[in-house]
Write a protein that binds this ligand. Structure first.
Ligand code: FDA
Length: 433
């Protein structure tokens, strides 16, 4: 993988970071503050696009309660060191120093009061103050190692990333000339290219390709923190209920989340579904407790004794702690007890009531899939962490090469955890590159 070109033709930096997203910018400002000459390269026309769209435009930038349990990956222990060296209050202190107004929402999630732009501006200001250069529209053509030159261990060739319009103009002019290449070399190379979700925001598989180029193993990737989709009758039922939201307990064999569920015209969404998607694999069934505060079987059997003339829908509408929305109740009736909808409790067998109670406290659904990378907040899987130092994020296979942020096989829960991982892995690498 050594390259024949003389590195004197290349612009020299101590550190080059590929990816001007959350982790890349944090690594850059940390290394820049140490006096390192840092260049951040990104193929997008704007830095931090995902930061801008995060948290509904208000960026859920961290969480008061960050524990390793909030993260998944083949090696559950990998995230611990960086998270303990860079706790959430470090980032909060920076936000406060920049006088960015923020607020806490449920479960310790911290959001900007005004706009996610505040967070991006803060990172870019800190980068500028630390002398970091950010070069956008940079298409990475190649990354190679240079033998026997520690100060220029890696060399990169880039071309200008053309906009759609520029590509079209070249095509129309039948312009086959090669685009001019720019060369860079560096001592430390940091891969901060993120995951595959939302390709329209600049996501690409470059980080995974580079990892493989240097002999790293990839844990299979999948869209995560993503809504579920359904086909057939269940899909029809769900779509008809689009817009309804209610608190549920969503679970599978591995985990459960007590959070809101949202019916949409595409499937099931809302925090409970997004969280569960992190732990879901194709073909598995999920369980939804639609009445988490109520033992529905006990309720129906008790009412059969005390109010034997009542109908099931009356009991569910009037006596549950968290009454089901009327439209949902009607749809469930059609789906689950249409044949006995007008039958008094006294005339329904206990077994049938118990079966119904179990269905409402554990509605079993088999998603046909998820909405995929198009809408997923994160990518699960990625660069295998056993081959990377948990203290520095340096590759165990190639000296001077680092992987940070979402490109690694570290996936956080919904709630600011993925950004906290980006800041923390960016920080620990920035301290050493
Ligand atoms: P990130 O995606 O931030 O940055 C990667 C950078 O690499 C991008 O700038 C990209 O252009 C660049 N790049 C990619 N390929 C390249 C190539 N070939 N050449 C050059 N550059 C390349 N998390 C959270 O904690 N709280 C939240 O509120 C949200 N909200 C949210 C909403 C939505 C809609 C999404 C999609 C995601 C979130 N997230 C989130 C997740 C969070 O945005 C994500 O985990 C972090 O941005 C990951 O940081 P990284 O630096 O790893 O990648």
């Amino acid at each position: 993988m050594s390259n024949q070109r003389n590195t004197s033709q290349y612009a020299h930096y101590d550190v080059i970071i590929i990816g001007a997203g959350a982790s890349g910018l944090y690594c850059a400002l940390t290394a820049g503050r140490r006096g390192r000459r840092v260049l951040v390269l990104d193929h997008a026309n704007k830095a931090g696009k995902k930061i801008l769209m995060s948290g509904g435009g208000r960026c859920n930038f961290t969480n008061y309660f960050v524990e390793p349990e909030h993260f998944l990956g083949a090696n559950q222990h990998f995230c611990k060191s960086a998270l303990s060296r860079y706790p959430s209050w470090e980032f909060i202190a920076m936000v406060e120093a920049h006088k960015i107004p923020y607020h806490e929402r449920e479960h310790g999630q911290l959001f900007c009061d005004d706009s996610a732009q505040d967070i991006l501006s803060m990172l870019l200001d800190e980068c500028a103050a630390a002398g970091v250069q950010v070069k956008l529209n940079a298409q990475i053509e190649s990354v190679q190692t240079v033998e026997n030159d520690k100060s220029a261990r890696f060399q990169l060739l880039t071309t200008k990333q053309l906009s759609k319009k520029e590509k079209q103009e070249r095509k129309e002019a039948a312009n086959q000339t090669k685009l001019a290449q720019t060369g860079y070399c560096c001592e430390s190379l940091v891969v901060a290219t993120g995951g595959l979700s939302i390709p329209t925001m600049g996501a690409s598989g470059l980080g995974y390709e580079l990892a493989q180029q240097f002999g790293h193993t990839l844990i299979p990737t999948d869209a995560s923190l993503v809504p579920f989709t359904f086909t057939d009758k269940t899909g029809e039922l769900i779509r008809a209920l689009s817009g309804i939201s209610l608190p549920v307990i969503a679970s599978n064999e591995r985990i459960s989340f007590k959070l809101p569920l949202l019916f949409t015209h595409r499937g099931l969404s809302g925090p409970s579904m997004l969280q569960l998607s992190n732990y879901w694999h194709t073909g598995e069934t999920i369980s939804i407790n639609l009445l988490p505060e109520t033992d529905t079987t006990a309720l129906l059997l008790t009412h059969k004794k005390s109010h034997s003339k009542q109908l099931i829908r009356t009991v569910l509408a009037d006596y549950t702690d968290n009454a089901l929305p009327k439209k949902l109740l009607t749809a469930l009736q059609t789906h689950l007890w249409e044949d006995i909808k007008d039958t008094e409790l006294a005339n329904i067998k206990d077994e049938r009531l118990a079966e119904l109670g179990a269905s409402l406290n554990g509605w079993q659904l088999k998603p046909s899939g998820t909405e995929g990378y198009r809408t997923a907040e994160v990518t699960r899987g990625g660069v295998k962490t056993d081959e990377v130092s948990s203290k520095t994020m340096q590759s165990n296979l190639q000296e001077g090469l680092y992987f940070i942020g979402e490109v690694l096989d570290v996936t956080g829960w919904l709630g600011g955890y993925n950004f906290q991982w980006a800041w923390a892995s960016g920080f620990v690498s920035g301290e050493i590159v």
